[in-house]
Design a binder for this molecule. Structure first.
Ligand SMILES: [Zn+2]
Length: 78
């Protein structure tokens, strides 16, 4: 079963088989599992892949902002 992973740092795609923990070839960051199917991925055009990547980057930013807010709140409670 092949899975599509994506790097949260440099946003490169990587196709991974079986290994539960995948790291990025480019920067060594721990990869995020995308919700893409391998079959869907290979049928996607370059433009679609780019679009998906942009959505992923947006989601990553949201998560990061939420984390920052969370830590700020924790700081304020002290
Ligand atoms: Zn990377």
């Amino acid at each position: 079963m092949l899975r599509i992973f994506i790097c949260p740092k440099c946003f490169n795609y990587r196709i991974v088989s079986r290994k539960p923990d995948a790291t990025c070839f480019h920067c060594g960051a721990r990869l995020y599992k995308s919700d893409l199917d391998y079959v869907d991925y290979i049928e996607m055009s370059m433009a679609e892949r780019l679009k998906y990547k942009e959505k992923f980057i947006e989601r990553m930013k949201l998560i990061k902002d939420n984390m920052d807010n969370y830590y700020t709140e924790q700081e304020m409670k002290k």
